[in-house]
Design a protein around this ligand. Structure first.
Ligand code: ADP
Ligand code: MG
Length: 276
């Protein structure tokens, strides 16, 4: 099994885009699985009440299961709501239940409402530097955000150092990104100076269409270095995998989608954490 050098400290990567259906969840779970296959220790935090990341990782997320809600709203230790992904060694999950839908409103009246997730992550005994935590440390914490810019996504932006924005290679791909980037600037100015948009990933790329290559080009012009060289092709295998409670990395590891996610994960790891 090919291995990668582990980062010196846990990298917290927020996967966000307020547009739905752009590949946030698919990219979160597959990059997480790929990083784990490359020998990294990875935690996925499902921050979307729909619980799609939990489903794809084969983790129970019916009401009553210990979940993100308990950590973010009730302040339970994150380690208490973390479970192992059954199929993929080196991968852990904090599942989301539908209770999280209420959190957007419940959090409004909670103390330090924007930094609940940050606090939860920082309190996990496996988060930190090699010196502090040792070999047990998570190398990556990936946060799968809901399709909105509400308090949950805000919590993620305050919690992370890095942000990954998946962009679907479609018409209007860049629409709405202005608002997202304004939110990032607001968070940087007032709540989390260290937040950096480190990674742009072009998803559902259809090489047969001029449209897709045009969008990819436009995204590259706009973001430059931040855009991964690897794009993710549109592939039925990728979209089928969740209905088997799997990522495409285990469902069909030889498929083009899986190979591209592996390559994207390698790029993210090789680029390293952004320099401050
Ligand atoms: P988001 O989390 O941003 O709402 P999803 O990751 O759930 O987006 O993806 C939206 C839909 O597109 C899902 O049905 C998913 O299976 C499908 N999808 C995502 N990536 C691909 C891909 N590379 N090829 C084919 N279908 C994809
Ligand atoms: Mg999603």
């Amino acid at each position: 099994r090919p291995s990668l050098k582990r980062p010196e400290a846990t990298r917290v990567v927020v996967v966000a885009n307020q547009k739905g259906g752009v590949g946030k969840t698919t990219s979160t779970v597959n990059i997480a699985a790929a990083l784990a296959q490359l020998g990294q220790r990875v935690l996925v935090i499902d921050l979307d009440p729909q619980g799609n990341a939990s489903t794809a990782l084969g983790v129970e997320h019916r009401r009553g299961v210990p979940s993100t809600y308990d950590a973010v709203v009730d302040g339970e230790p994150l380690s208490e709501v973390t479970t192992e992904c059954p199929d993929i060694p080196g991968l852990w999950v904090v599942p989301a239940t539908i209770d999280l839908a209420g959190a957007e409103i419940e959090l409004v009246s909670v103390v330090a409402r924007e930094s609940r997730l940050r606090k939860a992550i920082a309190g996990h005994p496996w988060v930190g530097t090699a010196d502090e935590v040792g070999d047990e440390r998570f190398d990556y914490v990936l946060v799968d955000c809901p399709p909105s810019l509400g308090l949950l996504t805000l919590n993620a932006l305050v919690a992370g150092e890095e942000m990954m924005i998946p962009i679907q290679a479609e018409y209007y791909a860049l629409e709405g990104l202005g608002q997202l980037l304004e939110t990032v600037e607001m968070v940087k100015a007032h709540l989390n100076q260290t937040l950096t948009v480190s990674t742009i990933l072009v998803t559902m790329y259809d090489a047969r269409t001029r449209l897709a290559s045009g969008v990819a080009e436009e995204v590259r012009e706009h973001f430059g270095e931040q855009v991964l060289r690897t794009t993710i092709p549109r592939s039925v295998r990728v979209s089928e995998a969740p209905s088997y409670g799997q990522t495409v990395m285990t469902y069909d590891p030889g498929s083009p989608g899986a190979l591209c996610y592996l390559e994207a994960a390698r790029e993210i790891a090789t680029k390293g954490a952004p320099v401050r």
